[in-house]
Design a protein around this ligand. Structure first.
Ligand code: KG4
Ligand code: ZN
Length: 351
C-alpha cells in the first residue's frame, strides 16, 4: 500500500553502500534540507583501494553521529519525519548491512516506515534535487536516459517517468570508475583514481597514446577491461619512467578513451529509445571531460544533458532520500525483514 507522501513530507535517507557514510533529509522528494557525508577516501588511500572490512567497520563507527548531524543541520526531530529510506543494494555487503541495520533500528524505535532503495535508482534522482548550490535541476522531461558511471557500475537506464527505471545497458567487465581506479594505481597516482587521473591529465595530449575504444557490438554494452590491458602493455615493459610517454599524456589519453566509450554507447541508446534528455550520475559524472563531451554529443542530436553538481555525483544520502520518496509513493513501506542485496539490479528492459 502506497504511503501518503506530499510536497512537505520529510524523508531521512541513509547511504552506506560503499565508502561514504551519509545521511540526509529531503522534502517532497526534491528539496535538500540537510546533507551530511563522511568520506573514507583518506582511510582507503593508504591501501590503494577500498578494503571492504575497513569500510564496514568505519561505517559502524560513524553512522549514529552522521544521522544525528543531519537531524541537527535540518533542525528537525524524529517526529517531524514521514519515512526513513536506506540503500539496500547494490554495494559491498558488509557496508550495506551497517546502513540497513541502523535504519531498521531507527524504524523500530520511532515507528517510521522503512523504504529500501536501489543505489542506481538513487543516482538517477540526483539530477532532480534542489537546494543551496544547485543552479537548475533537470526538467521532468521523459523518456530520459540515465547514465550511471561509478566505481561499481556503468549502467544505462531508461527512465519513463519519475521513479520508473529499466536497465538497458551495462558493462561486461570493469565499471568506468573501476577502470580509472586501476589505471591510477598503475600510473602510481593513488586512490580514488578518477580525480587523480583528471588532475594528471591537465596539459596532456589525449591523442598521444594509441588506446582502443572497445566495442562489444552487443546492445549497449561497455567493456573497459581491454582498455586497461592496453595501458598495462604500454607502461609495463619498460616501466612508467621509461615507457616513452609523459604521465600527462598517458592520463589524458586514457581518460579520453573512457569518456569516448561512455559517450558512444549513451548516444546509441539515446537515439534507439528516442529519449528527450540524458541524465548523468555516479562518481565519474564529476569528470569535466565527460561533462563537456556528453553535453556536446547530446546537443548535436538536439537533446538536453544534465549533470548534478559534483558533490551530488559521488555517493550521498540526499539521492537515497529522494529515491525513497518515490518508492514510498509507488510501493509503500518495505518489510522490516528486508534484506540487503549486494547484487541488486534494476529491472532489465524487455523488448
Ligand atoms: O558513485 P561513487 O562515489 O561510488 C560508487 O558507487 O562506486 O563513484 C566512485 C568512483 C570512483 O571510481 C572514482 O574514481 C570516480 O567515481 N570518480 C571520478 C571523479 N571523481 C570520482 N572519475 C573521474 N573523474 C572524477 N572527477
Ligand atoms: Zn554510487
Amino acid at each position: 500500500m502506497s504511503l501518503s507522501l506530499n510536497s512537505e513530507s520529510l524523508v531521512l535517507g541513509i547511504e552506506t553502500s560503499c565508502d561514504e557514510t551519509a545521511a540526509a533529509i529531503v522534502r517532497g522528494g526534491t528539496e535538500i534540507v540537510s546533507n551530511a557525508v563522511a568520506s573514507q577516501d583518506e582511510l582507503h588511500a593508504h591501501f590503494g583501494g577500498i578494503v571492504p572490512e575497513v569500510a564496514s567497520r568505519r561505517h559502524a563507527e560513524l553512522i549514529t553521529a552522521i544521522v544525528q548531524e543531519t537531524l541537527v543541520q535540518a533542525g528537525v526531530g524524529w517526529g517531524d519525519l514521514a519515512a526513513l529510506a536506506v540503500t539496500r543494494g547494490p554495494g559491498l555487503v558488509g557496508s550495506l548491512l551497517v546502513g540497513v541495520s541502523a535504519a531498521k533500528g531507527y524504524a523500530l524505535t520511532t515507528g517510521l516506515p522503512l523504504l529500501g532503495v536501489n543505489h542506481i535508482a538513487a543516482h538517477m534522482t540526483s539530477s532532480f534535487l534542489t537546494g543551496e548550490g544547485i543552479d537548475a535541476p533537470a526538467a521532468e522531461e521523459f523518456p530520459a536516459l540515465g547514465v550511471v558511471a561509478s566505481g561499481g557500475h556503468s549502467d544505462l537506464v531508461l527512465i519513463e517517468e519519475m521513479g520508473s527505471y529499466q536497465l538497458v545497458g551495462w558493462t561486461r567487465d570493469d565499471a568506468a570508475g573501476e577502470a580509472l581506479d586501476k589505471a591510477a594505481r598503475l600510473l602510481e597516482l593513488g586512490y580514488p583514481g578518477g580525480p587523480a587521473i583528471e588532475r594528471a591529465a591537465v596539459g596532456g595530449d589525449p591523442t598521444a597514446v594509441p588506446l582502443p575504444r572497445p566495442d562489444t557490438k552487443t546492445g549497449f554494452e561497455f567493456s573497459f577491461a581491454g582498455l586497461k590491458t592496453a595501458l598495462v602493455r604500454t607502461v609495463e615493459p619498460a616501466g612508467l619512467a621509461e615507457c616513452g610517454y609523459s604521465l600527462a599524456d598517458l592520463a589524458a589519453s586514457y581518460q579520453q578513451a573512457i569518456v569516448d566509450c561512455l559517450v558512444r554507447e549513451a548516444m546509441q541508446a539515446a537515439v534507439h529509445f528516442g529519449v528527450r534528455q540524458i541524465l548523468v550520475g555516479g562518481g565519474v559524472a564529476a569528470n569535466t571531460l565527460l561533462r563537456e563531451d556528453m553535453a556536446a554529443a547530446a546537443g548535436a542530436k538536439g537533446l538536453g544533458a544534465h549533470f548534478p553538481p559534483r558533490w551530488l555525483c559521488t555517493d550521498n544520502a540526499a539521492m537515497v532520500a529522494a529515491a525513497g520518496y518515490y518508492v514510498g509513493l509507488a510501493e509503500g513501506a518495505s518489510d522490516l525483514a528486508m534484506e540487503v542485496d549486494s547484487a541488486l539490479q534494476l529491472p532489465i528492459y524487455i523488448v
